[in-house]
Write a protein of this length. Sequence first.
Lengths: 275, 70
Amino acid sequence: MNAPERIEAGDALVVAGKAYRSRLLVGTGKYRDFDETRRAVEASGAEIVTVAIRRTNIGQNAGEPSLLEALPPSRYTILPNTAGCYTAEDAVRTLRLARELLDGHALVKLEVLGDARTLYPNMPETLAAAKTLVADGFQVMAYCSDDPIMAKQLEDLGCVAVMPLASLIGSGMGIVNPWNLRIIIDRVQVPVLVDAGIGTASDAAIAMELGCDGVLMNTAIAKAREPVRMARAMKLAVEAGREAWLAGRMPAKPYEASASSPASGLIAPSASAPK
Amino acid sequence: MSAPIRVVLNGAPREFPAPLTFSELIDELALGGRRLAVERNGEIIPRGRLGEESLADGDRIEVVMAVGGG
């Protein structure tokens, strides 16, 4: 009999004191329609889903379905983001609107961008916004560069998670600097989630094998040829990577093989085997 | 005779012939029952006060919702 539950119940992702079974967080952008969004999110097993805050489309949307009908806040932890904000002031203003929109919900994703071409985070503005938001009672999960000093400063300001990029948002380039991620994981006590840059399932598994507490992705699922199938692949990859991290990988031995089969008892011991 | 109320709503000028509350504005825009947040001149108007607060001439109003994003 196989154990029905492969992931131990005790291995929860804890963010701001709340436990989540899934270590995969997903975005909701770039899907064909809300039905595809809903099916992909379901297949991913994610419990935390990000949303953006935007102006309502005045006069054009009577009767149009809304995202939060497809992904009800009663079922999912909605994580409003500050995508598109380039200043701390705009990010704080956006998240105050999000808090009102979501009935006082405090958990948010802060991202303050520095450049429209790379969408690289502006860390001075991110730190300033984090300080204001924490003082205002928000629980801040902060998108950041993979600079260990920046990640540590975000933690010191009271962020509940730090989320360094693996590579540029939407690039699908995977983990370009695993060593920095390892330093951040070693130095920071709050959860470290890779956010941005995941391209395919192996990238997510590698992030988890490095010891990340979770992975946040959007485009890798939404822009796969079959988003729902890729969502399932990502779920499995995050679980596999987490299990591998917990299991502890074997030591790598680059210059010497080690046979898995017995060296003795061969039916025809080879006299010609090199010594 | 009240003067028309001119506001900037989500970045575009709008004019209303008579005073109205924010709840009435939301109904007028056919957004009733939706999950929204409203900001006037940079200050959030809590949901519970939308029926009490009225638009004033010159207000800059933002009405926002949640959309897909990463």
